[in-house]
Structure formats: structure tokens, C-alpha cells
Design a protein around this ligand. Sequence first.
Ligand code: NI
Length: 188
Amino acid sequence: MSSAVAVEKKKLKNPPLEIHHLGDRVLRQPAKRIAKIDDSVRQLAREMLQTMYSSDGIGLAAPQIAVNKQLIVIDCEPDNPTNEPLVLINPKIVAASKALCGAEEGCLSIPGVYLDVIRPEGIEVTFKDENGRPQKIKANGLLARVIQHEMDHLTGVLFVDRVENNLILAEELKKNHFSVNAVQPVKH
Ligand code: NI
């Protein structure tokens, strides 16, 4: 599906884009819909993938590289050269399971911090792909989690905002030199 943005899955010494970290205001701005899916969007997706692979990530959202657009790249199998990455433009969750599940998450914008987050186990999401074609997928497990995590970035939410154990959260952030004041807890 995503061959139009395929890049070599390898670590670059100088990735094309800079990833912004917790505490940086750009991460808190809501992203805008992309009206026209053209070569510049595909080129940005390519550079996001190169940057993501260079940092050992499995997902990256445009706000993380200070681009205020509803664009996400995902590859749950970065070590599998034949697995095509997923590009989600203007994504929308149209259904979510009642069943919730908790699992550890991390984020390229909060390096070193890994904590449990509870989310719906399964989701259905609509989006446009890099060719501008409307898509709809059902996801569960890791993919559902990554999609929800990345979509949070589009509304300025970070996974640490959803961590329920405040003691462990404060400890982990401190250990990795992030300020707990940068967290904006999401109401449950
Ligand atoms: Ni993230």
C-alpha cells in the first residue's frame, strides 16, 4: 500500500528531521488537516520514515518534527524489509472496543521513559493514504496501540499524560531529565 513512500530501513548518521522532546511547545499544538496530498506530503512522509528508522521507532507523528499537520507514519516491523510502512493522513477513529488493555509505551519525544498506558484494545480508523485514497482499517494489539498513541500527538496529547501511576511517572521522568511539570494529565 505504501510503496510510494518506501525508504530503506536503516539508521542514518544524520536523519533528515529533528525530533522535538517533552517540554517543547510544538508537541502541544493541535495539527491541521491536510487538504492536498501531493509530492511534498509524500516527501515529508519519506523523511519522517527515515528519521523514525534512524531512532529505532515504530511510529512518528508530524508534530514531533514540528510540522503542524495530521500526518503519521507507522511500521510495527522495522526489522522486516518486506513489511510496508503505513501512512495515515487526516485519521479518524470511527469505532473503539469497550475492552481496554494496558501495555508499556515509549515515545521518541520522551526518550528513555517507558510506562504502562491503558487504551481500547481494538479500533477502527479511517484515513487517507499517501496517494490520497480513502482507507479504513480495523486494528488491535500493537498496531491499535501505536495508531492511538500517534493520533494523540495530533491533538497535542503525549502518552505520559495518560499514565495513571503518578509516583512512577514522576520517578521515570526525573531519571530521564524531564520535568514533571511538562505533563498535562488527561482526565479519566
Ligand atoms: Ni510518541
